[in-house]
Design a protein around this ligand. Structure first.
Ligand code: ADP
Ligand code: ZN
Length: 762
């Protein structure tokens, strides 16, 4: 390793601290410390874990303190991950400490997981302190946590003494990774099945030509981003697997990101089948020590493939040969709290820094990605046909304005009050058209499986008083409370506030509250009445709270133990079940009518994905899309499976309103507990930004929109205003965001959140 012996080191504490701190290196440490290593440093009265950013010869900082000790023999972050972290800090306008705090698994950020273990009983120790420490460590069979040692042996002598004892061979300092409790590199998700061996399939012509192009890049080396636009069921996964196989043959490693790991047990099976014992799975349900053990396994090159959701983009794989992002358009790649990064975009940058190809795959690429491919920044690869000449499902649109059994849900629900709905007087609750009801019964009779998609959980969307019109709202958020009959309560879907369900109006005290608007729970009841003999299951956030429940649902669905599966968007993703021949999307308008410039794109993507679940076996698939807006372009192009057609309309809309990809966006959100303070701060901030803008010509093209209250005005008892920066280039917007951070009127309760390339602006 090429270590430059500096006199000082800049250290990042993995927490939202702004600047790196400078520490002095002792002569001894100078030859051990390298960038990316964890070290113990004093900060005030505490001893903290820090990461070495770089080594420097000189510093202006007076009175630097010494680094106490190193924590590992090898860096936890390699040079590339450090570079990536610095890019992220700049691009997402965040402190580097916060970035590194996100990159590292929690247990590696503190001392809590490190244990000193006695390795030999020969050494008696010299000096009182050594003896005392040895005694303490030897008294515990499994070793002693450094945290506990620090408590029982205060003072600065601990770490140097531990170092000495370690070099004498008397003790060993271990993280909780292999050795102490050896773990298999791949604790599988859900029920562990002995991995079945998976044959490598003979590729279709389309798959083969895609693989040839990527294979050539792999052979020649270097960075390039591919956008694989492949129809649902065209065999994208097989392409990923064979790309990873080639990378493995080159002695390099692959990283594959998927939107949600628990929804894709099939992919995990296929990976385990192809790369037995060589797959690292980064699952958010892993406990702290499992996660740090995974981290070390991966960093030491003990796996060839890592699979995981968004944050797996930071997996410390050495010799990265390819990064793959499946369903690259999926909004779950965007982290919406803390460090607000987009895992897909970070993957592309990581590929660039690692000088290896990046493969983005989707049946419905993000508008930005497709535009990138048209402009030559990404290379477009296409697979238009399903494997084995299976047809794409036929999609028909049901116009809810004319084809509902009853007029429209809003009116029909007047009668559906809490009580009489439970009795079940209503057969269809207004959201299952006659056409779809017939198809559903028919499909059941043929012993085939049906999928029903409604992107709203609960029984009724809100409760309204039929006497005075009062609507029940969350006490902490400016949204309505959703009725859950299962649990007999009302629940806020934003902050989880709950109260018992009631029919008494808090405003006029009449017994006249009734449920309005349909959710999955209500549809489940309707479907039971419609097809009473069928095995029906509902999959949404209310039914998947327990660990492993996602996998259990998907496995039951695969095994054919469910005839009709009803659910929210979690049922739209990934699964490949051959007996599913009917899919119904009950209310396309839910996503279409959101106040968000991506509403049409999101709707087209969701509906194409859910439709794509149908007809993946020998029997063709049929899809029914119900909507009040059958003429909307996001709906029209669905029936012809025409993504380019949809894109052409959508890109025109974006161009007209100068939305991405024609401009860039940064959302500045100001929130706090006092509505007047938040409003004042937002207005002052806007005025100051406009002033900064007037002073600098390079900022003059940036539009500053607002300030305005956020669509969800209050969330978790905090009032919210926002300012949208819109324009080009992103560096000008970032400059303004920096100004905003510096200019926000000082107050301990009012916060500013900077959201670069925002997805959720509600
Ligand atoms: P996508 O990810 O594009 O929706 P999948 O990769 O899930 O599609 O493939 C759909 C189905 O086709 C899967 O059951 C898969 O095993 C099968 N398949 C993929 N490629 C081939 C092939 N070359 N020959 C035969 N079957 C294939
Ligand atoms: Zn709430």
């Amino acid at each position: 390793m090429n270590r430059r012996a500096g006199k000082f080191a800049r250290i990042i504490i993995p927490s939202p601290l702004k600047e790196p701190l400078v520490y002095r290196l002792t002569d001894e440490l100078r030859h051990q410390v390298a960038p990316g290593m964890r070290v113990v440093v004093p900060l005030g009265k505490r001893k903290l874990t820090g990461i070495v950013l770089d080594l420097i010869e000189e510093t202006d900082v007076a009175g630097t303190k010494e680094i106490i000790a190193t924590q590992d023999e090898q860096p936890v972050l390699d040079v590339k991950l450090l570079q990536l972290s610095r890019w992220i800090a700049r691009y997402y306008s965040t402190a580097l400490g916060q970035v590194i705090g996100t990159v590292l698994p929690p247990s590696l950020k503190s001392e809590s997981e490190r244990t000193a273990v006695a390795t030999s009983s020969d050494f008696a120790g010299t000096g009182a302190l050594e003896k005392k420490i040895l005694q303490a460590i030897r008294s515990k069979k499994g070793g002693m946590r450094l945290k506990a040692l620090q408590r029982s042996i205060p003072g600065s002598g601990l770490y140097p003494t531990l170092e000495r004892l370690q070099s004498n061979g008397a003790i060993e300092i271990r993280d909780r990774w292999p050795g102490q409790r050896t773990r298999h590199a791949a604790p599988s998700v859900g029920e562990v099945s002995p991995p079945k061996s998976q044959p490598t399939l003979t590729l279709t012509a389309e798959q083969a030509s895609v693989l040839a192009v990527i294979g050539e890049r792999l052979e020649n080396g270097g960075f390039e981003t591919f956008l694989l636009h492949g129809a649902t069921g065209s065999g994208k996964t097989e392409v990923y697997l064979q790309v990873m196989e080639r990378v493995r043959q080159q002695g390099r490693r692959s990283l594959i990101l998927i939107p949600e790991i628990s929804l894709t047990p099939q992919l995990i099976d296929r990976l385990n089948g192809r790369f037995p014992g060589r797959v690292g799975i980064l699952h958010s349900a892993l406990t702290g020590s499992d996660r740090s053990s995974q981290w070390w396994q991966i960093a030491r090159g003990n796996v060839d493939v890592v699979v995981g959701a968004r944050s797996a983009v930071f997996a410390p794989l050495p010799d990265l040969g390819v990064l793959i992002v499946d369903e690259e358009h999926d909004p779950s790649y965007k982290q919406e709290e803390g460090l607000r990064y987009n895992g897909r975009d970070v993957a592309v940058m990581r590929g660039k820094l690692s000088n290896c190809p990046v493969l983005l795959g989707s049946a419905t690429p993000a508008v930005e990605s497709y535009q990138n491919s048209l402009q030559g920044r990404y290379r477009l690869l296409q697979m238009r046909h399903r494997v084995q000449e299976r047809p794409l499902p036929s999609i028909e649109i049901v116009d809810l304005r004319t084809q509902l059994q009853e007029p429209a849900p809003r009116e029909t629900e007047q009668a559906a009050s809490l009580g009489n709905t439970v009795e079940g007087e209503h057969d269809q609750d207004g959201l299952i058209s006659n056409r779809f009801a017939e198809l559903l019964k028919e499909n059941y009779k043929k012993s085939r499986q049906s999928l029903i998609f409604l992107n709203r959980r609960g029984f009724a969307n809100f409760l309204q008083c039929s006497t005075c019109g009062y609507v029940l709202r969350c006490s902490y958020c400016s949204v309505t409370l959703t009725l859950h009959l299962d649990r007999k309560n009302l629940c806020c879907h934003h902050c989880n506030f709950r109260r018992p369900a009631t029919r008494v109006c808090p405003e006029c005290s009449q017994l006249s509250l009734s449920g309005m608007g349909v959710g999955t729970e209500r549809i489940e009841k309707s479907v039971h009445r419609l097809v009473p003999e069928a095995r029906i299951a509902r999959m949404d956030r209310d039914t998947t709270g327990k660990r492993g429940s996602h996998e259990r649902f998907i496995r039951r669905w695969e095994d054919g133990d469910i005839d009709i599966l009803i659910g929210t968007q979690m049922i739209t993703k990934g699964h490949d079940v051959t007996r599913v021949t009917l899919v119904g999307a009950l209310l396309a308008d839910l996503s279409l009518n959101l106040p968000d410039f991506r509403a049409a794109e999101r709707t087209f993507q969701l509906l194409t994905q859910v439709a794509g679940r149908a007809g993946r076996g020998d029997d063709p698939g049929q899809v029914v899309i119900q909507t009040f807006s059958p003429d909307h372009y996001a709906i029209k192009y669905l029936t012809s499976h025409d993504y380019p057609g949809f894109f052409a309309s959508e890109i025109e809309f974006r161009r007209e309103l100068n939305y991405p990809p024609f401009s860039r966006l940064i959302n500045l959100r100001i929130d706090g507990p006092k509505p007047d303070k938040v409003e004042a701060a937002a207005k002052l901030l806007a005025a100051r930004l406009r002033l900064s803008q007037r002073k600098a010509t390079r900022l003059s093209d940036v539009e500053i929109l607002g300030p305005a209250p956020a669509p969800i005005r209050k969330l978790r008892n905090r009032y919210r205003w926002q300012l949208l920066l819109k324009g080009d280039p992103i560096s000008a917007l970032l400059d303004l965001a920096q100004h905003a951070r510096a200019h926000l009127p000082r107050s301990h309760s009012t916060r500013l959140q900077i959201d670069v390339d925002p997805y959720n602006m509600l």
